[in-house]
Structures are given as C-alpha cells and as structure tokens.
Write a protein that binds this ligand. Structure first.
Ligand code: PMP
Length: 440
C-alpha cells in the first residue's frame, strides 16, 4: 500500500493560523492531535465513509464526527431533507411539528422514555438531567464512574474520560469545591464500588440531612470515552437494583450508544430500564443536538409544567430535528446487520494481524463501536484503560493516517463504523493496519 498522505502542508498552515485566534487551534480539545503527534488534518468535505482534507488527501474515517454519522457523511437522503427544510427557514423560536415527530420516533424505540426534551448538545442534556434528578429526589449527590464522560458541565469534570483523560485533565481547574464535592466517583464494572459510596453517604449524612443523599447514578451503559468497555454481566442489573432500593434515579447516558448498539440503544441490548436517558449525536445526524428523557413524573417537573427551569433559544431547531429524523429513518433492521457485520470483520482482521505480528493487543467491540487497546488483557475500567500502551497507539495512529485511515487521535476513544463502511473500506483498513502493526 502506498504512502498517500504525507503532505499536509495546507492543513498545517491553517492550524497555525487558527491557533492565533482559537485556543489550541481547535474548538474541542479532542480534535488536536497533541497526544498522537503532528497537527490535525483540516477537513474540506466528507462523503460516505471517507473525508478529504485541505491538501486533497482522502481518509477512511472512523471518527465519524465522534459518533453521529451512523449513515456516513452527507448521506443523500439526509442532504435532500436538509435542503428542503433549510428553504423553509432555520429557526423560529416557536414550536414546529418536527420536534414532536422526533420525540415520538425516539420514544417509540425507548420504552423507558415517556417524555423527552431537546437541547443542543450532550453536555446540556446531562447537565439538565442532573438538575431534574436533584429536584425530583431532593438530594444533591451524583455518582459517576471514572473514565465515563458526560460532557463538560462542572458536575461531570471529575475523573472524566475522553479529552479530559487524553490530556490528563480529569478534574478541571475552575470547577468549584462545592460542585466537585457533590460528585462521587465509582469504578466501572465494579458494583461494590458504587454500593460502598451509597453506604458511606447514605448512612453517614443522609439520615441527618436528606440533601446529602444520592440523587442519581449516571453511567455510559457501554463505556465509550475510555475506549470501548462493555458492561460485565450483572453490572447494569446491579446498578438498577441499587438505585431502586435507594430511591435514586438511574441515568443511562446513551449519547453514544443510543441508536448505535441497537435500535433501542444499550437499554434494549441489555434489557435494563433506566429512569432517565440522555441522547445526542445520532439523533441529530451531525447537526447540534442533545435530549434527555425518562419517566413522565420526573420530566413533568420541567418548566413550564413544573418548577425546574431549563430552556434554549435553538433547542428543537428544525434543521437538527430534520437531520435526526432522516438519520433514524435510515436505521432499519438491515442497517444494524450491516453495522454488526462490518464491526465483526474489522475486529477479526485486527485480531488476526495482532496475532500474526505477535503484538499485544485487545480489540473490544459492541456492534459498530470498537477500540484496539495495546495491552495483554481485557480492559474492564479506567485503571486498565490508563495502563495500556498509549505511546504505541500514537505510533499506530500516525502510520494509519499516512495510509489513509483516520482513527480518533487518542487511545481513550471509540472508533465509529457507519453503514457506509463497506467491505472494501474494511479490507483496506485491515491491510493498512497490518502494515502499520508490522512496523511497530
Ligand atoms: N455523553 C457522552 C457519552 C458523550 O460521549 C459525549 C460527547 N462525546 C457527551 C455526553 C457530551 O456531548 P457533547 O459533546 O454534545 O456536549
């Protein structure tokens, strides 16, 4: 395979220029290539499973806008519906029928969600859901799991995954002591660690002051922000039982997994009914969106129905709703079969390559989300994810990029497959990986 993508001069110049006016040259830290070295390609356009940078290099893309593009870039039906919708106006600040249609489409596939509200990002969804959980329970504390990422609101920048883990900033300066104190950290796939927090908090303080109790346990049901880590048997079931017993709300952050790991998300796949669910990414098809939903008695506390304030100028934006509806329309039974087949063959090809070149590596996958960890044993939680060979990943990443395969620029991230990743793309990816691994 030829070395296609060594010239990125124009991207480098654009990056330098952007760095003068935008901190770090990027609008989201994960886009910087600091931990894998070099500077990011500046993307001009995308089509199907490929993107093209400013220098004309093309890449098979496994970032997929970090998850939303499950139909691939610029899917013709999404483009067409967006063009039609744009011609009718972009935003009204008044309700449109599209919001109700997308709400029904989501609720129809997620029986635990009786009511839903749209926002503009996953961060907003998580932040609003926690406010609601606190109001509903009258308690302040929230349990999250180390390495899970729920956006960048203060409550969640404690032992956070994704870019926060990549850059060694799991607990950001600027978060108040009060906010940090209300977030308790447990270990993913370790039910006892969550149980222990409950007994500490509840027995020590909550009997005196109800506010010290645990309002909610929030979890990515399949972790995607410390690389892909599936829940072990009994973990999610255990959290469900624990929350029910303690009167705390179980919040599934399905911003990544919603409509990706199954039509009804991880809650369908694992048969768990959370009290609240967070959405983002796929439900906006690549336009800015987020949503939170759940039991009606909880959701009805939201203004104007109830006293919990939450609002947004662009929430339920007609273009975002349109892209979401068009994307969900493309996700039929056949689509999930295609995604599973592509995921399975990529996993198998990578595992074979690791074996052939005697490189320690583990591929973890749920459907169309996958991570190759350079380690010799399964990754079960953040401590394991932190221990994998991230330097080796950086080497691998660079070699893949040169060969026209764009992986997320961090060993703490999921690779996203779309229905546009056809056999040829997967085969090319495996061929590139074989060459890259051989060189390590
Ligand atoms: N939750 C999860 C599970 C996520 O992966 C992300 C973003 N990667 C968020 C929340 C935050 O979403 P956003 O970037 O849209 O604010």
């Amino acid at each position: 395979m030829v070395n296609l993508n060594s010239d990125r001069g124009q991207s480098e110049a654009l990056f330098k220029r952007a760095s003068r006016v935008i901190p770090g040259g990027v609008d989201s830290p994960v886009r910087a290539f600091r931990t894998v070295g070099g500077s990011p390609p500046f993307i001009e356009r995308g089509e199907g499973c490929r993107v093209w940078d400013r220098d004309g290099n093309s890449y098979i893309d496994y970032i997929g806008s970090w998850g939303p593009l499950i139909l691939g870039h610029a899917h013709p039906s999404v483009v067409q519906r967006l063009q039609e919708a744009a011609a009718l106006g972009f935003s009204f600040g008044l309700p449109s029928r599209l919001e109700g249609e997308l709400a029904e489409a989501i609720i129809g596939r997620f029986p635990s969600v009786e009511k839903i509200r749209f926002v503009n990002s996953g961060t907003e969804a998580a932040m609003s859901a926690i406010r609601l959980a606190r109001a509903f329970t009258g308690r302040d504390k929230v349990i999250k799991f180390a390495g899970c990422y729920h956006g960048h609101a203060d409550s969640f920048l404690a032992a956070a995954g994704s870019g926060a883990a990549t850059f060694g900033l799991p607990d950001s300066p600027g978060v108040t002591v009060g906010a940090a104190r209300d977030t308790l950290i447990a270990r993913f796939n370790d039910l006892d660690s969550a149980q222990n927090l409950f007994s500490q908090e509840v027995t020590r303080y909550a009997s005196i002051n109800k506010k010290d109790g645990v309002a909610a346990v929030i979890v990515e049901p399949v972790a995607g922000n410390m690389g892909v880590i599936p829940p072990e048997e009994g973990f999610l079931e255990g959290l469900r039982a624990l929350c029910s017993k303690q009167g705390s709300l179980l919040i599934f952050d399905e911003v990544i997994t919603g409509f990706r790991v199954a039509k009804g998300g991880a809650q369908e796949l694992f048969g768990i009914r959370p009290d609240m669910t967070l959405f983002g990414k796929i439900i906006g098809g690549g336009l800015p969106v987020g949503a939170f939903g759940g039991r009606a008695e909880v959701m009805n506390l939201l203004a104007p129905e109830g006293p919990v304030y939450q609002a947004g100028t662009l929430s339920g934006n007609p273009l975002a709703m349109t892209a979401g509806l068009a994307t969900l329309a493309g996700l039929d039974v056949a689509a999930y079969k295609t995604l599973e087949a592509a995921g399975a063959s990529l996993q198998q090809g990578l595992e074979q390559a690791l074996k052939d070149f005697e490189i320690q590596g583990v591929v973890q996958r749920v459907g169309s989300m996958l991570t190759l960890f350079f380690t010799d044993s399964p990754v079960r939680h953040f401590d394991d994810a932190a221990r994998v060979d991230h330097r080796r990943f950086a080497e691998f990443h660079r070699r893949m990029l040169e060969r026209g395969v764009l992986l997320p620029p961090s060993g703490y991230e999921a690779w996203f497959i779309s229905i546009a990743h056809d056999e040829e793309a997967v085969e090319k990816t495996i061929a590139a990986a074989r060459e890259a691994l051989k060189e390590l």
